[in-house]
Design a protein around this ligand. Structure first.
Ligand code: MG
Length: 282
């Protein structure tokens, strides 16, 4: 046989061989085995075909696995989804009170509420534990003061743990107290602050702490997006955020499974609007 023809035949055979093995690899995605069987080859990792879940043991890609509920989102980004509890839509303060349960003394403006110096914080009448919380806020457009004295307020989960609100647009302060800090505990990953007077947003995913025999046995976690930017990435809150002095904060203290969402009056007129919450499993 001509050498050139022979080499051609060998190359053709190699090509066909390669195609055959590729074809085998492509079809491996389709299960050819009974659902109860496992494909294990010596020296190779076994295929993962099942997962254990809260709803039972399910085969990967099982069409019968329970699908999540449908939730209709808000029309625009930041609008309340259908399964949320609207805490403030700009029309009234009926879901809010002062710390003693009396009428909230903050001012209701055109679609917003505003803190009033000396009136104290406002908090929701309803109490919540683990949750997803959306809050929009604006620090004063007219800039006065500096550091912690500029647009200071705060969003407190369970009435305990503060996500700091501050005018941190070109305003130097201690980083663990700037806007989007877990006050005294965790510095935000970046400073995503808008300008004074501009509406800004927080989206907070919070898992409450749990307590056993009066002591914390699972610490709280926070994930926070500030104006859509990740600033706290599943941060474990090591203790309380209560101010105890210039260089001291509080420890965890026993509290209930649920508490109010609280907004701080720190003497600066900070505005809030569009506040909604979705309760989460612990
Ligand atoms: Mg504050």
């Amino acid at each position: 046989m001509n050498r050139v023809v022979l080499i051609g035949i060998i190359c053709l055979a190699m090509l066909l061989g390669g195609c055959a093995s590729e074809q085998t690899a492509e079809t491996q995605d389709s299960p050819k085995v009974a659902p109860t069987a496992r494909v294990e080859k010596p020296g190779k990792q076994p295929k993962i075909m099942y997962v254990e879940t809260e709803s039972g043991r399910w085969m990967i890609h099982d069409i019968n696995r329970p699908a999540p509920p449908v939730v209709t989102p808000g029309k625009a980004c930041g609008d309340a989804p259908a399964d949320s509890i609207v805490l403030f839509d700009g029309s009234d303060l009926s879901k809010w009170a002062d710390r003693k349960g009396n009428r909230a003394k903050w001012v209701l403006g055109d679609g917003y509420m505003e803190s009033v110096k000396g009136s104290g914080p406002v908090q929701t009448k309803q109490k919540f534990g683990s949750c997803q919380l959306h809050v929009e806020f604006a620090t004063p457009e007219k800039v006065t003061g500096r550091g912690q004295g500029r647009g200071n307020s705060g969003v407190f989960l369970q009435g305990q743990y503060e996500v700091q609100v501050l005018d941190s647009y070109k305003n130097k302060t201690y980083p663990d107290g700037q806007c989007a800090a877990l006050y005294g505990r965790a510095v935000p990953l970046v400073n995503a602050s808008g300008k004074p007077g501009q509406w800004q947003s927080y989206d907070i995913i919070y898992h409450r702490p749990t307590f056993k025999d009066g002591k914390v046995d699972r610490k709280a976690t926070f994930t926070v997006l500030h104006n859509g930017v990740l600033v706290q990435d599943h941060v474990i809150l090591e203790g309380g955020t209560g101010w105890q002095g210039p260089h001291a904060i509080s420890q965890y203290e026993l509290h209930g499974d649920k508490g109010p969402i609280m907004l701080q009056d720190h003497g600066n007129p900070v505005q809030y609007r569009n506040i909604w919450i979705r309760e989460l499993k612990d």
